[in-house]
Design a protein. Structure first.
Length: 404
């Protein structure tokens, strides 16, 4: 049995713990433990790491704990890393990369700590084999991750390799694409389930739509990529192939339930391409149209979830003589009117770094959930578009009519 830590985008910890709980139902050995800022602790057999890598849409990685102790200085860290049996997991011919994160650590230099960890691994191999592994910061075979808090140090071996948001389908992106695991986490937080109508009116390269469509079709996020654990000593290829072979495709929907649109024809073409590469076999209707002109795509109310543009991205086709702030105000004012008039009964979720968004839309949010997109603090705003919004607006007295 091993201890694992699954990091995720900050703010997504509860969603990840819920998802891991569902994955645990596929295993007799996998246990989900506590959430901490930035991820979830869990434990299980090595095969459970295979399973989480294959099925988790929200985790960023699956890290296997190698050692843990208190420390006073970098030499304590060197000693703990040197004690670990790295040779049981990979060869001296495998390339390595070391990354360190810290919260309130008294050590002055993370770069020096990273160097000490690398030295300890290389020295252990050199002592045993008279040879040391090479470092490859771009495409290493093995990633080693150190974590420091005020008193304790934990060393992990990454079972994932490339970050899990890299699903293997994305060949093309627009500007500032949303990470796939962040999109999946938002779908879960929004309460979306396959079968519920979903609409992204500013779909960009289609990340939200692809994630949702793969869920509808039953394609696990890790089905189309490789993982670091496939290079481990003792990797059980038969177990891994059985795990992938046991995936059952879900029946394709008879009617479309996922819809997208974007102001840019290039983005629509890119989304269409990404859906195809991701293995989506059913129709996802896409339309080139400005967001403030869209209509609800189904009579049945559903969920509208989007990552609206901000700053220069609003002016994709705008008048360059208009200041960006004025353009944003006009854009969001028109979008707010569209939502009130045409999306009665829908639940609208907008993910943005602009915390003034509800004011720009002239809507009161029902909930706001803080998330981080990398280092950028964002909010997922929820608006419940009740019937009668527009009638209430029209009933207001006109207070700014010109005086004669």
């Amino acid at each position: 049995m091993a201890s694992y830590f699954c990091p995720c985008p900050r703010g997504m910890e509860a969603a990840l713990a819920e998802e891991l709980g569902e994955i645990a139902q596929l295993s007799t050995t996998f246990k989900v433990h506590n959430q901490v800022p930035g991820g979830v602790h869990c434990s299980g057999a090595l095969e459970d790491a295979y399973r989480v890598n294959l099925h988790s849409r929200i985790a960023s990685r699956v890290l296997m704990r190698m050692g843990h102790s208190s420390y006073a200085n970098e030499n304590d860290i060197y000693d703990l890393v040197m004690e670990q049996k790295w040779e049981d997991w990979f060869d001296v011919d495998h390339t390595i990369r070391v990354d360190v994160t810290a919260v309130k650590s008294p050590l002055r230099s993370l770069e020096f700590t990273t160097l000490k960890i690398k030295d300890a691994i290389c020295d252990r191999f050199r002592d045993q084999f008279d040879k040391r592994p090479s470092v490859d910061t771009k495409e290493p075979d093995m990633r080693i991750v150190g974590f420091l808090d005020q008193r304790n140090f934990t060393i992990y071996l990454d079972t994932s390799g490339e970050a899990l948001f890299k699903r293997g389908w994305r060949e093309e992106t627009g500007d500032a694409p949303l990470r796939e695991n962040l999109a999946a986490g938002m779908l879960r937080v929004a309460g979306w389930k396959p079968g519920t109508p979903l609409f992204d009116p500013m779909c960009g390269s289609g990340t939200i739509l692809v994630e949702a469509a793969q869920m509808v079709q039953g394609i696990p996020p890790g089905a189309r990529r490789q993982f670091a654990f496939e290079k481990f000593h003792g990797f059980d290829k038969a177990v891994w192939q059985d795990m992938k072979a046991s995936i059952k495709a879900l029946p394709l929907p008879l009617e479309p339930t996922i819809f997208g649109s974007d102001i840019s024809g290039d983005m629509i073409a890119m989304t269409r391409h990404n859906l195809k590469v991701a293995g989506i076999l059913f129709d996802v209707p896409l339309k080139q149209i400005e967001a403030q002109q869209v209509q609800a795509p189904t009579e049945q109310p559903g969920i509208l979830l989007t990552n609206p543009p901000y700053g220069e991205r609003i002016g994709v086709r705008g008048d360059t003589t208009i200041p960006a702030d004025d353009m944003a105000a006009g854009f969001y004012s028109a979008l707010g009117t569209t939502l009130k008039q045409r999306f009665a009964g829908w639940t609208v979720f907008l993910f943005t770094a602009d915390l003034t968004l509800p004011k720009l839309l002239r809507l009161k949010e029902a909930r706001k959930t803080p998330f981080f997109n990398g280092a950028l603090e964002c909010r997922l705003f929820r608006f419940d578009m009740v019937s009668g919004y527009n009638r209430r607006e029209q009933a207001k007295p006109v207070t700014d009519a010109p005086t004669q």
